[in-house]
Design a protein around this ligand. Structure first.
Ligand code: NI
Length: 144
């Protein structure tokens, strides 16, 4: 990876606020924080633009009831988006946290996320969206 340097002019107070967060988050310097911010900006822009190479995780919290469980399974089976995994955490005596990892087009992911959020009894639903870096696809996994 070739690193490039560039100069940027920004208002002083913006830089001060940025540096404060950089320090709070424990970054060693501005550079890595700027790289992370740029990656996030690019990913968000690509997500906005849509496409088929989208990935997302939907975090939901609900009160454990057989009807909700059945509804959740049904909508996931019927979804156009591909459900990669579901992690179910028994959070408390009554409440469950579920992280559903999704792959597919932006529209199919939004559709499923909205359908799940609309299920009666789902108390919290938050979608984390991500698009693959340019030139990458889902066809190849990798080994750590
Ligand atoms: Ni549970």
């Amino acid at each position: 990876m070739t690193l490039k340097r560039f100069g940027v002019s920004i208002p002083e107070d913006l830089l001060e606020n940025f540096d404060k967060i950089v320090e709070e988050r424990g970054y060693i310097g501005r550079s890595e924080a700027i790289r992370d911010a740029m990656r996030s900006y690019i990913s968000e822009s690509q997500w906005e633009a849509g496409g088929d190479n989208m990935i997302a995780s939907l975090n939901i919290v609900y009160c454990h009831k057989p009807k909700i469980m059945a509804d959740l399974l049904k909508v996931q089976h019927n979804s156009e988006a591909h459900v990669i995994s579901t992690v179910h955490v028994h959070m408390s005596k009554s409440h469950c946290l579920e992280v559903i990892t999704l792959r597919g087009s932006k529209d199919s992911i939004f559709k499923l996320a909205n359908t799940i959020a609309g299920i009666s009894g789902i108390e919290f639903a938050k979608l984390f969206t991500f698009s693959l870096p340019e030139g990458e696809d889902f066809k190849h996994g990798h080994i750590h």
